[in-house]
Design a protein. Structure first.
Length: 538
């Protein structure tokens, strides 16, 4: 995985504000890709093509970027920076080969030779040097390059990306991300139409505490690069963090449509991983707004997929998460217990963390539909997956995430077997472990938050006063989640907290303003509020 792709894998945060894009910059030159100014010594035609490739690179459209950089080298075989661009998003073998071609092309300026040397450090000794060490070496090289050429804005932007991509996941001071955001915000007034600045700032604020600072960037990026499916999707990372569900739906409908148009042209018959990624976010948002019929359409569309353009993480996660979310969020436990991995020809063995979602859904579904024996079989599979992932040198700790699922399944299985004290211990352990981690930055959220399930277990054990703070804790990190909102309202009602019950039931009805299904929860909310109104009128 290249240093540029690595930026997708990290949970990011920042603390600075983002300016709103002026209207005149929204469609720079009509490209739909944004505006990039990256002077290189290639011929004028190759330079123009090269800058288009850099714009694509900043929006993580790697396949199109590689084609565009290759076109630049066709136009001008001496365009060494075209090979530099190919090296950026490539796999290790391909990237190393592109670096050698860039060196052989003999860049005409020292600055360009420095760019090529900087990317070369990532590929050097890749068979012996761990990924993180090579990524840190690339960050150091970009820092030195940026300092050597202080007027080179692209060097500064790529250094910011390197800071973000190598930020320690456990560092809750967000020192690297703050440094990156400071760099990006200094450049922003000069280049408000730059796709990378808006894109990387969104990643920088993608955390519960700081998401509100990213709204300007979120509303800007899609206007900067409307031709790019990922740019249309990326704002929804912030919309999900803030519970702006319809904004997320609109973003992902646009992204999925753009991805489908693109893949129909370049690989007919396949589904795009960008499309599937947007569909996962769509599924999540539809379920929070009681649009169950729309959510079902997403499930059906995912079930019809037989081939994917790229067998990558986003596709694997979406294919497993979409049907699991639909069953689990709607409390259709029997349906969850019978889920199967689809499509069967997908290389699930390469994506054990995605496979685990299906086993988790089956375990929880079996336990909660009265079949603890079947649940225990799935728990054994989760344990095996967790053990395998514990030895994988990944930037993100998927092993802990699967352990949260295993502990949760154990809790509900114990509850089904009548061992309620053990169930509470398992469930608290799961919730506490999940609190110590952060969701993977590519995902809209876990298929079910562990602390929400702890609240539900306490409700089943007739302890609403203890359940209420658990639901409220979920809503602080995931505002306007449907099930957590209902849980908070119901536990407040049963605890005698009428003010909080009124507040949360009212929020629930607002969430379901576009509902296509009259759920029992909504009916209960409406009935409670009507009773309270009748009591006030007496």
């Amino acid at each position: 995985m290249s240093p540029l792709r690595n930026a997708l894998r990290i949970t990011l945060a920042g603390v600075l504000f983002v300016a709103v894009l002026p209207a005149q910059e929204q469609h720079h030159h009509g490209t739909g890709l944004g505006s990039v100014h990256f002077p290189v010594s290639c011929t004028p035609a190759a330079r123009k093509t090269f800058e288009r490739g850099v714009a694509l690179l900043h929006s993580f459209w790697y396949g199109e970027a590689e084609k565009t950089f290759s076109e630049a080298t066709r136009i001008d075989p001496g365009c060494a920076m075209g090979y530099w661009g190919i090296a950026g998003p490539a796999d290790l073998k391909k990237g190393a080969a592109a670096v050698e071609k860039a060196k052989a092309a003999a860049a005409k300026t020292q600055r360009e030779r420095d760019y090529i040397a900087a990317i070369e450090v990532f590929y050097k000794d890749s068979d012996r040097v761990p990924h993180r060490d090579r990524a840190l070496a690339w960050r150091k090289a970009m820092q030195e390059l940026s300092a050597r050429y202080p007027e080179d804005r692209e060097a500064a932007i790529f250094f910011a990306l390197a800071l973000i991509g190598t930020a320690p996941p456990a560092d809750k001071t967000y020192a690297s991300q703050k440094q990156a955001a400071d760099i990006l915000n200094r450049i922003l007034p000069e280049q408000p139409g730059h796709p990378g600045i808006a894109h990387y700032l969104i990643h920088s604020y993608d955390s519960p505490e700081l998401a509100k600072f990213a709204l300007p960037a979120a509303r800007t990026y899609a206007r900067i690069a409307p031709a790019v499916p990922h740019a249309l999707h990326m704002p929804s990372h912030i919309f999900v963090r803030l519970g702006l569900w319809q904004n997320s739906i609109d973003s992902n409908l646009a992204s999925a449509a753009a991805a489908k148009r693109y893949i129909a042209r370049v690989q007919p018959g396949a589904a795009s991983q960008d499309q599937l990624h947007a569909m996962d976010y769509l599924e999540y948002a539809y379920l929070q707004t009681c649009q169950d019929a729309e959510a079902q359409h997403v499930v059906e569309e995912a079930a019809a997929v037989s081939q994917v353009d790229q067998e990558v993480f986003q596709a694997a996660y979406a294919l497993s998460a979409i049907p699991a979310r639909y069953a689990l969020e709607r409390r259709r436990w029997s349906s969850a217990a019978s889920l199967q991995l689809h499509p069967t020809k997908f290389p699930w063995a390469r994506f054990r963390y995605a496979e685990a979602i299906t086993h988790f859904a089956r375990a929880l579904g079996a336990a909660r539909s009265g079949n603890p024996s079947a649940a225990r079989g799935e728990i054994k599979v989760l344990a095996a997956i967790q053990k395998a992932l514990a030895h994988v040198n990944e930037q993100y700790d998927w092993g802990s995430q699967v352990e949260v699922q295993r502990l949760t399944a154990l809790a509900w299985t114990a509850h089904a077997e009548g061992h309620d004290q053990a169930a509470l211990q398992w469930m608290r352990s799961a919730a506490d472990l999940e609190d110590k981690t952060e969701k993977h930055p590519v995902t809209p959220g876990p298929v079910l938050p562990a602390r929400e399930l702890l609240g539900e277990l306490l409700m089943e054990l007739d302890q609403p006063a203890l359940a209420a703070p658990e639901f409220e804790a979920v809503l602080r990190n995931s505002p306007k989640r449907f099930n957590a909102t209902y849980g908070a309202a119901r536990s407040a009602e049963l605890s005698g907290d009428r003010a909080r019950a009124n507040e949360r039931y009212s929020e629930l009805l607002q969430l379901c303003g576009r509902a296509d299904t009259q759920t029992l929860e909504v009916q209960n909310a409406r009935a409670y509020l009507q009773r309270q109104q009748a009591a006030r009128n007496q």
